[in-house]
Ligand binder design. Sequence first.
Ligand SMILES: [Zn+2]
Ligand SMILES: [Zn+2]
Length: 276
Amino acid sequence: MEARHGSSGQAVARAPRHAARSRRAGAVPQRVMRVTVLGSGDAFGAGGRFHSAYLTQVEGATFLLDCGPSILQSAKRVGWDLGKLDAVLVTHLHGDHFGGIPFLFMEYRYETPRTRPLLIYGPEGTEQRVKCLFTALYERTAAEPLPFPVVYHEVEPGQTVPLGDASVTAIRVHHVPELMAFGYRVEVGGRTFLYSGDTAWTDDLAEYARGVDLFVCECSTFETQLDIHVSYPEIAARARELGCRRLVLSHLGSEPLRRIGELSLECARDGMTLDL
Ligand SMILES: [Zn+2]
Ligand SMILES: [Zn+2]
């Protein structure tokens, strides 16, 4: 906390604008959202990185965008209190994006007792897949009632859900043909964070990303071009024209990680925080 003496808060109000923008802890009143990258790795844990999970904190809500199987390790490594989680928003039903949800259930059942509801948002089929996975992993616990309600909301592309001060919109992205895949657009206080989820590079994605304050874009490959993921040259060629205030690459695979020293775009790290 910044040292501000006196018995009233008036000194705070007189603080010059540049001081208010300081990044010192407790001195960032203009921040409306904090995103903590819990997992910046791909499905294969390239570079020893954790699976996808982005802890997003806004006034009135704390939620995860994706919840990969390493969620408990990644959350505990940064010392985040899992009890504060209100909701999980799943981009698509690949294991590295939703496979951690049963581990959250186990945490709340045995380690961090929970009674309040946990909201889970995702594409059609989310409830069934999560329940099947829980049963496959912990058969007996999954057969018993959990001590807290799990409230599933299966959302449609374009649907917006309110979470605290934020409006979160599921945007359709193009990943594998057998699955509905979303990115999420989080808007709060006039600022916008776009998370791509897993996707091919498309013109639609570029339109969604244009001019946002923070774009966390997947970058799974470098030299290999796939029609289900973004390669580094694809995003690098268009980064400037997108006009994002900050662009951060994540879901980093072995190819971009091998060349990380030559990449000019910012890359996520596990545990990094992104404020806006
Ligand atoms: Zn993935
Ligand atoms: Zn995927």
